[in-house]
Design a protein around this ligand. Structure first.
Ligand SMILES: [Ca+2]
Ligand SMILES: [Ca+2]
Length: 276
C-alpha cells in the first residue's frame, strides 16, 4: 500500500467519510484532516459506499443530506499556515485555493425532469454563507452561487455543456484571491472525462474553465445542505493550494498511521533480539 507520511502537509482539509461499515448519522463524526471538531447539526446521513471517479482513489463512505436540513463543520484554521490566513480565515490576498468534491443528487421525491430541488456545499464566514457550489434551485445545471453578499450577490453560473442529471460529478473549483473581488474557475467532470496522465490526474487535462468574479470573501466553515425534496450525496472533499495537492493518493487514516508506527516498533524489537 503506498503511504506518504507528509501527504497532510500539502492537503489543507480533506474528508473521505471513513466512518465504518454501517450507515448512521453523520453528526458527531470527526474524521478526515484539517477540521476543528465534528460534523454538527441536521440529520445528514453517513452512508456506506463512496462516490467515485475512475481517476480517484476513494475511501470510506459518503454523506447524504436530508431535504431542508443543514450540517456544518468548522475548519481548523489554527493548523493552517498563517500566510494563507486573513484575520484567522482562509482567503488572504494573493493566495489560491483549490477544492474538489464528488456530488450526486438523490431523493425519492426529487423530480429529475423539472429539477426544482437544490443541494450543495457552501463556504461560510462564521454564520454567513459566502459561496454555494452544487445544484441550484430550479436549475437543470450544476452551478455556483455567490450567496449572501449584498445587492450584487446571488449571481449564478452554469456550465453550458454539463447538466446536473449526470451522476457522480467530480466538481473542481479554483479561487484566486486578490484585493477586493476574487476570481473563480469551476469544472464539472463526469466519469467519462479522464484527468489521468501516466496514472495521475494532471491539470492540463481539465476542459475549458467556467469563470466568474465573486465578491471579497473569506471562510472558516463548510455546510452541506439540500432542499425542495432534493437530497445530496457528497464525498471525497479535498482543499489545497495547488491542483496536484488535491490528489494526494492514499492519505493514511489516524488508525492506519498508528498500526504502521506500531509495526516499526515491533520490527526494531525483533532486530534487537537478533543482535542479543
Ligand atoms: Ca468516501
Ligand atoms: Ca479579496
Amino acid at each position: 500500500m503506498p503511504v506518504s507520511f507528509d501527504a497532510h502537509a500539502a492537503v489543507l482539509v480533506s474528508e473521505q467519510f471513513s466512518y465504518g461499515g454501517s450507515s448512521g448519522t453523520l453528526a458527531g463524526n470527526d474524521g478526515g484532516h484539517g477540521w476543528d471538531g465534528a460534523w454538527s447539526g441536521g440529520n445528514t446521513l453517513y452512508q456506506t459506499g463512496s462516490l467515485t471517479h475512475p481517476d480517484l482513489t476513494v475511501a470510506g463512505g459518503r454523506a447524504q443530506t436530508i431535504s431542508d436540513q443543514s450540517t456544518f463543520r468548522d475548519i481548523d484554521t489554527a493548523s493552517i499556515a498563517p500566510s494563507l490566513l486573513d484575520g484567522g480565515k482562509l482567503g488572504v490576498n494573493g493566495s489560491t485555493l483549490w477544492l474538489r468534491m464528488n456530488l450526486r443528487m438523490e431523493g425519492t421525491n426529487f423530480d429529475r425532469t423539472t429539477a426544482p430541488g437544490w443541494g450543495g456545499l457552501s463556504l461560510f464566514d462564521g454564520g454567513s454563507e459566502r459561496l454555494f457550489m452544487g445544484k441550484r434551485n430550479n436549475s437543470t445545471r450544476w452551478g455556483v452561487e455567490r450567496s449572501g453578499q449584498g445587492p450584487t450577490g446571488n449571481l449564478s453560473m452554469t456550465q453550458p455543456a454539463q447538466a446536473w442529471i449526470d451522476l457522480n460529478i467530480m466538481m473542481i473549483v479554483r479561487v484566486d484571491y486578490s484585493a477586493g473581488s476574487e476570481s473563480l474557475s469551476a469544472w464539472w467532470l463526469t466519469n467519462s472525462v479522464p484527468l489521468d496522465i501516466n496514472g495521475f490526474p494532471d491539470e492540463s487535462q481539465l476542459p475549458t474553465a467556467n469563470t466568474m468574479t465573486i465578491n471579497d470573501m473569506r471562510f472558516d466553515r463548510v455546510r452541506i445542505s439540500s432542499g425542495n425534496d432534493a437530497e445530496l450525496s457528497m464525498d471525497e472533499f479535498f482543499m489545497a493550494t495547488d491542483f496536484n495537492d488535491l490528489f494526494p493518493g492514499v492519505v493514511p487514516e489516524p488508525g492506519t498511521m498508528s498500526l504502521l508506527l506500531a509495526g516499526v516498533v515491533v520490527l526494531r524489537r525483533l532486530r534487537l533480539k537478533k543482535l542479543v
